[in-house]
Write a protein that binds this ligand. Structure first.
Ligand code: LIP
Length: 268
């Protein structure tokens, strides 16, 4: 697995160069179009980065499957699948708000498990890496979740989907959680929210409506940093709900989120 982890970090660095070459100044040529709604944007840079990642993986690991946010499933029938988000936090990237990342997870399809993952925080120039059973690292330094054990003293992150109806429910849940925690952050890039839990910048995170490329690499990084990642009612994180914490506040946050989602008629 070391070969795939090292390769993933290398591709992420190349992708970072490409992204930085497009944000060195105001860029009137940036082509922005929308996807599922007017709030769900994509740029030519997202597509160029995904093409770069796919080309690298194709060349080095020709049998592997690749699932990307922008172009979907790209062939391959080997035992490994790469799940890539070329720019997680596209809205932030477009505005220049400093929270966007390249997220790459490698899955072992026979075990249905993520074996390694990298998240490169482009504005902060931080590379998070983890391989299953080997710990989590930022720029080569081992990272660890916090030990805080009360939800009322915890800093929690969340995020919102792109559909207004979904956002109404997420907002209602948010308004019931905020009085019960230290504070809430919404940075706008799920992969980074997860890495911030992993390195102790947050105590926990929850979000509904995520895609595999948003959370798979970050989820492994949290687990390898000593934290816990689950769904709401489901044992595994997924589109219905992802809850990631330092472990100590996990049950409290998960129970709260599930009961509020159920109360608002939402899946969890
Ligand atoms: C985004 C996430 C963000 C979440 C959005 C969206 P994108 O990913 O990372 O945190 O709240 O709904 O999924 O679209 O920028 O790759």
């Amino acid at each position: 697995m070391t070969a795939r982890l090292e390769a993933a970090s290398g591709y992420a660095r190349q992708a970072q160069e490409l992204i930085l070459s497009r944000i060195s100044g105001p860029d009137p040529s940036l082509s922005v179009t929308t996807k599922t709604s007017v709030t769900d944007m994509v740029t030519d840079v997202d597509r160029a980065v995904e093409k770069l990642l796919v080309a690298g993986i194709r060349e080095d690991f020709g049998q592997d499957r690749i699932v990307g946010e922008e172009f979907g499933d790209a062939g391959g029938d080997g035992p490994y699948a790469w799940v890539v988000d070329p720019i997680d936090g596209t809205t932030n990237f477009i505005y220049g708000f400093p929270a966007f990342a390249i997220s790459i997870a490698v899955r072992d399809l026979s075990q249905d498990t993520t074996v390694c993952g990298v998240v490169l925080d482009v504005p902060r120039d931080r590379l998070y890496e983890a391989a299953r059973g080997k710990g989590a690292f930022v720029d080569g330094k081992r990272i660890q979740v916090t030990t805080r054990s009360r939800l009322s003293e915890s800093l929690i992150a969340t995020g919102f989907g792109y559909a207004s109806e979904v956002r109404k429910v997420q907002g209602a849940i948010f308004s019931e959680i905020i009085p019960l925690v230290r504070d809430i952050r919404r940075a706008g890039a799920a992969s980074l929210d997860l890495c911030m839990v992993a390195c102790g910048e947050l105590d926990g995170y929850y979000e509904s409506g995520l895609w595999p490329w948003d959370f798979m690499a970050g989820a492994l990084i949290v687990e390898e940093a000593g934290g816990k990642v689950t769904g709401g009612l489901e044992p595994s994180p997924g589109s219905a709900m992802t809850v990631a914490t330092n472990g100590a506040v996990h049950d409290e946050l998960r129970t709260l989120v599930v009961s509020l989602a159920t109360g608002h008629g939402a899946r969890s």
